[in-house]
Every structure is written in C-alpha cells, then in structure tokens.
Design a protein around this ligand. Structure first.
Ligand SMILES: [Zn+2]
Length: 400
C-alpha cells in the first residue's frame, strides 16, 4: 500500500507485488487508488464499493497469474521437456466469489513422445470443468438454504463484486446441482443400519460421549389450500448433539417424498463420529414416522418420549375432561381430572406400568364412558377424544 499526502487530501494506491522463487519482486500491478479528503466518519477506511472493487482487482490479478503459470508449465512435455505446439486459443469464463473472469485457454497438441496421433487438449479447461469456484457454490448454497433466492442475490451483490451475472435462476440451478450431487453421494436405503455383532463392538475404540437426537414433525400448508386434503406436506426435522454440548447437526426431509430418510439420519450421525458402541438417545413424540426412523440405527440406542409432548397430550386430555358433562355421572369430570393428575405423577416418576393402568381406568379410553354430545363443546370434545385414541397407543407402546 502506498500513501501520498497531497495538500489536505490523501492518495492511497493498492498494488500487488509478485515475487519470483528467489524472492525478487517481478511485477507490480496496481489494483486500486483511493482519494481521501479530510476525515469524516463515512470516509474512514473502505467503503463497500471500494472493498468490492479491490477484491475484484486482487482476484483478477492473482487468477490470471496462476492460470498463466499453469499454462506455461503445460506448454512443456512432462516426459521429454519439448515445447508442445499450440493449436489455437479460446477464452473460458470462470465465476468466483470475487468476480466473473475471462481466462485465455490455449489448446495444445500432445508431444510426439506421448502419443502417435498427437491429439490436442486444453489443460486449463480440463483443470476447471465446473467453471464456478467452489467457494462461490458454497456461499450461494449456504445462503439459499437460509433465506430466499432473491435475498441471497441481494446479500451477495451487496458484499461481493459479483453483480453482473448473479440471478435467482442461477442460484436455484446451483442449489439444485449441489442437492443432486449430495443425493447421488447418499448410499442406498436400508431397514437396518446396525452392523457387526457384540464381539466386533467390544473391539472398537472407546466411544465419545453419548449423542442426543431430537426429532419432531410438522405440517406445511399452502397459503391457498383448496381443501384439507391437498396443498400440504409433512416435514420431519431433527437435531443431533453430543452431551457435552459439542457441535450439533440438523437434518430434515419431506415425509413420504424422501426415499432415503433413514440413510440420511444414519449418515448424519456417522458424520458426527457415531460408533456402534456409542450410546445414542432419541427424543421424540412417539409418532409412527419418527419412531420407525430412529429404529435399528445403533445397538446402544435409547428411545425416549420427550416430556414436552407427554405433558402437551395430558393437557389436551385435561381440557377434554373439563368438558365432560353427563347427568347420570355428575362427578365423572372431576374423577377423570384426578386420574390424569395421578397418571402425570406416575409418568414423571417413571412408573410406566402404573401410568398405563391408570389410563385404562380413567374412562377416557373406554367407550361406554364417553360423554354424550349434548352441547357443541361436548361434540368437539368427542372428536378430540377420538383423535387421542388414535395417538395414545403410540405413547404407551414407546413407554413400555
Ligand atoms: Zn515429449
């Protein structure tokens, strides 16, 4: 960086010096020139526009030099050292986080000592088959996963010198390509991922601290859903972390659409270093989908219902109990509420068989004690009881 004082102003030149192997300066390339007057808050340091321009200038110079050096090396036959003759030149376009660059790419003939038919090849084009720098793919994919394509474009244009050719269409294509590549790398789906036997597991190194995996599902509805049966899908998401609060990882998939959900979860756990002799605790609401997902991934796995989902269901059952209104059994509502309290206490203290027995007595499950539909609220209560009948067995089959 060169400074020059000129009256009250300041001229700052930013130059790149390229050195030879011996450390001698070979070439000097000017990247930017900044002019500053008297100091004001907005003129302190670099503006965003200047930063973009400097980054673009450095990228251009560095990439051009690297490409030129690579091409110069390729001009000489690696076997005999003779110069390969040039068939022609063309330009290739390389997209990087710091600008879209056009690079000279010569086509060279193979040396006589390499092949008799002397085919030609383009070394630079062969070196860069993707034409998009991996760092740019990383940035585009990362932000497109966090915010909309439109906001991704806005953000990248704001901070990086890539304004010319970044568009939502380009970002969408890049995300799609990355997603397809990741999908292709994912192995086949299986029902069971537990590998080996106890004898093999005993020989494994001491495992890391146990992993904890929380899984839950949710429904995404279209804004203009035409009916209750169309315009929605179920998403299953989860997070895995170690008990010592180490790095965590998330996963997600669309239920019934994803053909490899179990493989996806298994690979994520494997990427966190999961071994077959390592304890893994799965927490979920016990729903069928999430229950099937977490089975047979690890022999030491423990499957728990999380207290949040248990209490949520007990709260719903409590509200239904309050709405019970029968003439022939005026105390039924209070009785059921008391039973529910007992059930909650038993579940909290791990008395699972007692809890399940209480639930059998609570009357909520037995058909002959169902409230009669005398008022609208009662009718609503009944439909919710039916819902509960459908989901309750999952809780208890998991608890046992
Ligand atoms: Zn040769």
């Amino acid at each position: 960086m060169a400074l020059g004082l000129d009256g009250g102003g300041m001229k700052i030149k930013i130059q790149i010096t390229i050195e030879s192997d011996e450390g001698k300066p070979e070439a000097l390339q000017e990247v930017a020139q900044l002019n500053r007057g008297s100091l004001r808050p907005e003129s302190l340091g670099l503006t965003l526009a200047e930063a973009r321009s400097i980054l673009a200038g450095i990228e251009q110079t560095v990439v051009e030099r690297q490409a030129a050096e690579f091409v110069a090396q390729q001009r000489l036959c690696s076997a005999c050292g003779q110069e390969r003759s040039c068939k022609g030149r063309h330009q290739i376009v390389l997209r990087t986080p710091f600008g879209k660059l056009k690079l000279e790419s010569p086509r060279l003939y193979r040396c006589q000592c390499e092949s008799e038919d002397r085919k030609s090849f383009s070394p630079l084009a062969a070196l860069l088959p993707e034409r998009t720098h991996p760092e740019l793919v990383y940035l585009e994919t990362k932000f497109a996963a966090l915010v909309s394509y439109g906001l991704t474009v806005e953000l990248l244009k704001e901070v990086l010198p890539i304004s010319q050719d970044v568009s939502t269409t380009a970002i969408r294509q890049r995300v799609r390509q990355t997603a397809e590549r990741l999908e292709d790398e994912l192995g086949e789906e299986r029902d069971i991922f537990i590998d080996g036997c106890q004898r093999d597991w005993n020989e494994l190194p001491e495992p890391a601290v146990p992993l904890i995996v929380g899984i839950d599902g949710g429904y995404v509805h279209a804004k203009d859903q035409r009916s209750r049966t169309e315009g929605w899908f179920e998403v299953i998401v989860g997070k895995s972390m170690s008990q010592q609060g180490g790095s965590s990882k998330c996963f997600g998939f669309v239920n019934r659409y994803d053909t490899k959900p179990k493989r996806r979860l298994f690979e994520m756990l494997k990427s966190q270093g999961m071994q077959m002799n390592q304890a893994v605790t799965f927490l979920s609401d016990g729903g069928d989908t999430v229950r099937d997902l977490q089975m047979y991934l690890n022999p030491q796995a423990e499957h728990l219902l999380d207290w949040f989902h248990i209490t949520m269901r007990l709260t719903v059952m409590g509200q239904m109990a309050k709405s019970i209104n029968t003439n022939d059994q005026p105390n039924l509502s209070a009785e059921v509420e008391k039973e529910l309290e007992r059930l909650k206490w038993n579940l909290w203290h791990g008395n699972v068989s007692q809890g399940a027995a209480n639930r059998g007595r609570s009357g909520i499950r037995s058909g002959h004690r169902r409230p009669r539909p005398r008022a609208t609220e009662v009718a609503e209560g009944r439909s919710r009881i039916r819902d509960l009948h459908q989901c309750q067995p999952n809780i208890y089959s998991q608890l046992r």
